[in-house]
Design a protein around this ligand. Structure first.
Ligand SMILES: [Zn+2]
Length: 475
């Protein structure tokens, strides 16, 4: 068979300094196989360094494979803060795209390279470690999913600003992949949660909430934008009209952006409900998503926190913040959301003396058994909003109690059995493949039905045997 190559030779970027390495002069020969010579062979919209605008002196190299095209650019570890590489994609269709960046990796690279993405809802800066192996083909690292408008209003920029002295910043190529998940999501952000609370409140409750939230943020990362509202006080003097007016103003203004409802309408509905709940005196905590706003926003609402038993408030902070994290990824089933949040509340809570994982899980299993003869299982709790009344009456048992166990069972079946693999591996897998394929691959089962079947069997085993799963989990 006669092979004819039709590939057009790629010309180096005219503004870049030429490569000083001979062909074949490479540091990791086994990575040569991962070079993608023709960017057009990749999915989506791919832009190589040849399509970028360069600021400052960038030098070509082929010394550290893999790379896209004829090589990659590096900043010569010089003039930190004065060099950048910018791509402006021509987006064919408005919607959500996963943005990936390719960079070769080794110990000589910067660990804190800032990548700035201008998208339809604003700007995001993601800090990446260029010493770490990229997940996709040893080449591309995912920066997240962002909305883009059709046309050339988007931008991705690699900068050497603030990067490690004596370490190299790499720029090679960017890829934009149409996301299967066309929904607004929260994302990694720099700003910490904003707290809206009564400044005159000197009680311990707001700080306990914050402690729990911060433990979860330290573990999974900072996501949002997130606003935390704390209202309803033990001291009736703090439940003042002036505080409630200020809070409702803020609450409605945050919800107002991107909405066509009038501010007055909002104050008389959502805002009023909130104040009434506070004055009724019952404890409540929940996440509500403001999705008709760009970007969407997470609200964590804590009402009458003194009604929560100490130290349950801290673990409740962890639980609610885990929902903020989950909402930064494609939809997962109700049992995975509530079960995961409960699991982490206990697991992370135990590390801070607020919970005991073994005791909590024992209590959860007792609750599961309170369902008696019911044949319902977590497979019936994939979407609480679509659930029948029969399923809904077991919301607590199926989503939270069985869910927490299903979550632990899933980690126990995974390759590493490490809890830390949930943010490091499992959720990135969901972002890439959706929850069903993610669960299948992570828990090493044929399909979700097989997982449900194995878990149903597991629920029938004696408690002592079930608790052994917790012992197999590593940090
Ligand atoms: Zn929850």
């Amino acid at each position: 068979m006669l092979m004819v190559s039709l590939a057009v030779a790629i010309e180096p970027h005219p503004d870049a300094l030429p490569n000083t390495h001979q062909p074949g002069e490479v540091d990791v020969p086994e990575n040569v196989a991962f070079i993608v010579s023709d960017p057009r062979s990749l999915d989506g919209i791919v832009m190589d360094e040849t399509d970028a605008v360069l600021e400052g002196a960038w030098q070509y190299s082929t010394h550290t494979p893999p790379y896209v095209g004829i090589g990659y650019l590096h900043d010569q570890k010089a003039n930190k803060g004065q060099k950048s590489v910018t791509w402006t994609p021509d987006i064919p269709k408005s919607g959500y795209y996963e943005v990936r960046l390719s960079h070769c990796y080794n110990v000589r690279r910067s660990t804190n390279t800032p990548i700035t993405i201008r998208h339809a809802a604003g700007m995001a800066t993601v800090i990446i470690n260029q010493q770490a192996l990229p997940q996709h083909g040893r080449l591309f690292r995912s920066l997240g999913v962002f909305p883009f408008k059709a046309g050339k209003s988007g931008m991705v920029m690699v900068s050497n600003r603030g990067t490690d002295a004596g370490k190299v910043v790499i720029a090679d190529a960017v890829q934009f992949l149409w996301s299967a998940d066309q929904k607004p999501r929260l994302s990694r952000v720099e700003a910490p949660p904003a707290y809206i609370r009564n400044a005159k409140d000197t009680s311990k409750w707001p700080s306990l909430i914050e402690q729990g939230i911060n433990v979860a943020r330290d573990y999974v990362g900072n996501y949002g934008p997130t606003v935390v509202y704390v209202l309803g006080h033990e001291d009736p003097a703090l439940n003042s009209d002036s505080f409630h007016r200020k809070l409702v103003d803020q609450y409605c203004q945050n919800r107002q952006l991107g909405s066509s409802d009038s501010l007055e309408d909002r104050k008389s509905t959502a805002g009023k409900d909130l104040v009434e709940k506070a004055l009724r005196g019952l404890g409540d905590a929940y996440l509500s998503m403001v999705e008709d706003r760009t970007p969407p926003m997470a609200e964590l609402v804590f009402i009458n926190p003194h009604e929560f038993k100490d130290p349950y408030l801290q673990t409740r902070g962890i639980h609610e913040y885990m929902h903020v994290y989950q909402r930064s990824f494609p939809d997962t089933p109700t049992w995975m959301m509530e079960g995961g949040a409960e699991f982490f509340a206990s697991y992370l809570g135990e590390k801070h003396g607020w919970a005991n994982l073994r005791n909590d899980m024992t209590a959860y299993m007792e609750n599961v058994h309170r369902m008696g003869e019911s044949t319902l299982g977590i497979q019936d709790m994939e979407d609480i909003d679509q659930a029948s009344p029969e399923v809904k009456q077991y919301y607590r048992h199926l989503a939270y109690d069985a869910g927490a166990w299903a979550f632990a069972f899933m980690i126990g079946r995974s390759e590493s059995q490490r809890v830390s693999a949930i943010p490091k591996t499992f959720y990135p897998l969901i972002a890439e493949k959706g929850w069903e394929a993610g669960l299948t691959e992570y828990a090493k089962v044929e399909d979700k039905q097989a997982f449900y079947q194995k878990f149903t069997e597991f629920l029938k085993r004696p408690l002592e045997e079930q608790l052994l799963v917790l012992a197999t989990l590593a940090d």
